[in-house]
Ligand binder design. Structure first.
Ligand code: AFD
Ligand code: MN
Ligand code: MN
Length: 394
């Protein structure tokens, strides 16, 4: 394919590529061994919206902020979130019910043996659906930490039955236009079994829940060596892929910056999506969210980096000559097929990304522009009081 045509396809792909930001990615976090407060980290919903607005301001591709329904919308108040979204030129994206941090959820939430705990969790999901309706959000995204740490302590089939019943009830509560995303994760915090541990379990549960449930693939939630793009291809074939949470991983669910460890894997995932869309001639209707919360990198800078990297890998995947690839595959020309894919991966698309940005009045280098803006320094000065008061962290 002529480079000019490839570039035009990449620019069109960038135009339709929006990446949701996670409110929790702007707040202080740490590891289980300690929290590492950052002076400019966000503590309030207002500060999270303000920080997210900086990422959208400089990248032009992050117009939505995902919220956690406990940390961000205490007392079920949607009004402040709606006002903050308008003030900062953002929309509220997916809503995520916290079903993991309260003491009652020690032995699980929707899969828990105790009915009152399951009812409490289901009420939290229903509250999330209600808030999503008030905030015109289309996605309720479920990640369950449910599982067990020791063999023999959990009836895995009974837990699966309870989960199916709960997800059917959650699906039944969905409002028009909403969909339910079911996320999987092989382990952590449960270390013997996790109730929704892989794409097959998520697929079966989503299918059982109802027609508006889909599987959510978090790129960090896979064992080493897993072929994630193959999972993506199968879920696309089944029309059961809802979207992604972006991060990168070396060993487990590491929440590292997308593309920092294995950019070629993210490119191959994007190539599966774009090949599917090219074949069908329409978008797959997937949602993309960053799901990382850096405790070492400055929060906003890490988000800018991730958004830029995601755009570059998305643009690279758009430049693959899928027609030529199909011909090489059909003729079993292995070298040519591989070279078709790898050429698109190795071609530098940063000039193209800069062109896309400048055509929209955005800075060619979002990271440099953000640093020059002095926002982080002002935020650190304005947020000193949080640390003085020993504020708790979401
Ligand atoms: C953690 C979980 C999961 C979830 C996210 C937001 O591993 O990825 O989507 O928190 O709740 O990263
Ligand atoms: Mn996730
Ligand atoms: Mn995760």
């Amino acid at each position: 394919m002529k480079p000019k045509l490839a570039d035009e396809r990449a620019l069109a792909a960038l135009e339709r590529f929006e990446i949701e930001l996670p409110s929790w990615g702007f707040a202080d976090t740490g590891t289980r061994f300690g929290k590492y407060p950052q002076p400019a980290a966000a503590h309030t919903l207002e500060e999270k919206f303000a920080d997210a607005a900086q990422v959208h301001r400089f990248t032009g591709c992050c117009p939505r902020l995902a919220l956690h329904v406990l940390w961000d919308l205490p007392g079920g108040d949607a009004r402040s979130a709606r006002e903050l979204a308008e003030r900062h030129g953002l929309r509220v994206g997916s809503l995520h019910p916290n079903l993991f941090q309260e003491p009652e959820y020690k032995h699980g939430s929707l899969a828990n043996e105790l009915e009152p705990v399951r009812e409490k969790a289901l009420a939290q999901v229903r509250e999330t659906i209600r808030l999503a309706g008030e905030l015109q959000c289309e996605e309720i995204s479920l990640w369950l930490a449910d599982g067990s740490n020791y063999p023999g302590t959990a009836d895995i089939r009974a837990r699966r039955r309870r989960l199916e019943t709960a997800l059917q009830a959650a699906h039944a509560a969905l409002q028009p236009g909403q969909r339910l995303l079911v996320e999987y994760k092989p382990f952590e915090p449960a270390f013997y079994h996790t109730d929704i541990a892989d794409w097959g379990m998520a697929l079966l549960l989503a299918r059982a829940a109802g027609p508006r449930a889909r599987v959510l693939v978090d790129t960090g939630h896979h064992y080493s060596g897993q072929n994630i793009e193959q999972i993506v291809a199968w879920l696309l074939h089944e029309d059961m892929l809802g979207g992604f949470h972006f991060n990168d991983r070396r060993y487990a669910d590491d929440d590292l910056t997308l593309g920092s460890i294995d950019p070629y894997q993210i490119f191959r995932i994007f190539a599966e999506i774009q090949a599917y869309e090219a074949e069908r001639g329409l978008a797959a209707g997937l949602s993309y969210m960053i799901d990382q919360s850096h405790n070492l990198k400055p929060k906003i800078e890490a988000m800018l980096q991730t958004a830029m990297r995601a755009q570059e890998l998305w643009a690279k995947a758009a430049r693959v000559d899928y027609a030529a690839l199909a011909e090489h595959r059909a003729a079993q020309r292995l070298i040519e097929a591989e070279e078709t894919l790898q050429t698109a991966f190795w071609d530098d698309v940063r000039p193209l990304s800069r062109q896309w940005r400048e055509a929209r009045g955005l800075p060619a280098d979002p990271l440099a522009a953000f640093r020059a803006s002095g926002y982080a320094e002002l935020a650190a000065a304005a947020r000193k009081h949080h640390h003085a008061s020993g504020a708790s962290y979401a």
